[in-house]
Write a protein that binds this ligand. Structure first.
Ligand code: SAM
Length: 294
C-alpha cells in the first residue's frame, strides 16, 4: 500500500520534473538600478523570455548582458501564444515572463498564462521586484495596514464614475493606476463622488522627476490644474473614515511646536504644510501672523 502510493507520487513527480518552470519576473518601473540580481540570473538561464513588447524588452535585456531568445506575449495574442508557451514548458523548456515595466500580471498580461500553467501542473515561480502600486504606497504616507488595488479605471467617463461610486464606502486606502491625460478628470470625479479626502498622486516613480503631491483632494486638484502632467501616475485615496487633516485652526499650534523644537521658520512652515496638507503659502501667512503676535 505504502509502496504503491510512493510509486504514484514518484511518477507524478517525474512528470512534473520533466516540465520546465515558468518564472514571473519583475523588472524596473523606471530606474534600472532596481533590477534584482536574481532577475538577471533567471533571465540569463531560461530557454525563452516572453515579453509584452519585444523591442522594448530587448533594450532592457541588452543593458544587462542577457541574450536569451525573446517572444511576444501581450493582450491580443495571449490565447494562441499562451498555448505555445505551455507546449514549450511541457516539453521541458523554462520560460520567463516579463512585462514592459514592473510586475507581470499586475495590470499587465500574464494572469491567464499563470492560471493555465498551474492547471497543467507546471511550477510557477515568482521573481519579485518593483511594482508601481507598492512603490507608491510605501512612500505615500497613507495607512498601509490594508489597501485595495483598483487598477485602471474604465476609459469612458460614465463607466469611470460608476466604478468610483461603487468604491465610496471603501474603508481602506484605494490605489489606482491612471494615465496622465485623464488624471485631472479622474481627480475631479473623485472630489465629486468621494468628497474631501486625503489623496496622494505619485508621479514618475524611481525616475528623475519623481514627485509626490499630497494633501486634501481639492488642494491637490487645484495644484495640478494649471500644469501639464507628464509621465506615469498612481493615485492613492485615503479611506473615508481616516482622521481628518488638521484644520487651519491647528496650524498655529503645530507651528509653535515646530519652532519650540528648534526648527527654522522656513522648515517649520514646510513641515506643517506637509503634515496638514495646507499650502505652504497659507501656513507661511499663519507663521507671519504668529511672529507678529509674539
Ligand atoms: N505591471 C506594472 C506594475 O507592476 O506596476 C504596471 C503596469 S500598468 C500597464 C502601467 C501603469 O502603472 C501606469 O499607467 C501607471 O499608472 C503605473 N506606473 C508604472 N510605472 C510607474 C512609475 N514609474 N511611476 C508612476 N506610476 C507608474
Amino acid at each position: 500500500m505504502y509502496n504503491s502510493k510512493l510509486k504514484t507520487q514518484n511518477s507524478k513527480l517525474n512528470t512534473i520534473m520533466a516540465y520546465g518552470t515558468l518564472y514571473i519576473v519583475a523588472t524596473p518601473i523606471g530606474n534600472l538600478e532596481d533590477m534584482t540580481f536574481r532577475a538577471v540570473r533567471i533571465l540569463k538561464e531560461v530557454d525563452l523570455v516572453a515579453a509584452e513588447d519585444t523591442r522594448h524588452s530587448r533594450k532592457l535585456l541588452t543593458h544587462f548582458g542577457i541574450s536569451r531568445p525573446l517572444t511576444s506575449y501581450y493582450d491580443h495574442n495571449q490565447n494562441f501564444k499562451g498555448n505555445y508557451l505551455l507546449e514549450r514548458l511541457q516539453a521541458g523548456d523554462s520560460v520567463a515572463l516579463i512585462s514592459d515595466a514592473g510586475t507581470p500580471c499586475i495590470s499587465d498580461p500574464g494572469y491567464q498564462l499563470v492560471r493555465d500553467a498551474v492547471a497543467a501542473g507546471i511550477t510557477v515561480v515568482p521573481v519579485p521586484g518593483p511594482s508601481a502600486a507598492i512603490t507608491a504606497l510605501s512612500a505615500a504616507g497613507l495607512p498601509t495596514d490594508a489597501f485595495v488595488f483598483a487598477g485602471f479605471l474604465p476609459n469612458r467617463a460614465g463607466k469611470r464614475r460608476e466604478k468610483l461610486s461603487s468604491l465610496t464606502g471603501e474603508q481602506r486606502v484605494i490605489v489606482f493606476y491612471e494615465s496622465p491625460n485623464r488624471l485631472l478628470a479622474t481627480l475631479a470625479d473623485m472630489l465629486e463622488l468621494f468628497g474631501v479626502r486625503e489623496v496622494v498622486v505619485a508621479r514618475e516613480l524611481t525616475k528623475i522627476y519623481e514627485e509626490f503631491v499630497r494633501g486634501p483632494l481639492p488642494d491637490v486638484l487645484a495644484g495640478l490644474e494649471g500644469r501639464q502632467i507628464k509621465g506615469e501616475v498612481v493615485i492613492l485615496v485615503a479611506p473615508s473614515d481616516a482622521p481628518e487633516a488638521p484644520s487651519v485652526e491647528d496650524v498655529p499650534k503645530l507651528l509653535q511646536h515646530c519652532l519650540e523644537e528648534g526648527l527654522s521658520l522656513k522648515d517649520a512652515v514646510k513641515q506643517v504644510a506637509l503634515e496638514t496638507g495646507h499650502s505652504r503659502s497659507a501656513v507661511y501667512e499663519e507663521a507671519l501672523r504668529l511672529k507678529g503676535a509674539g
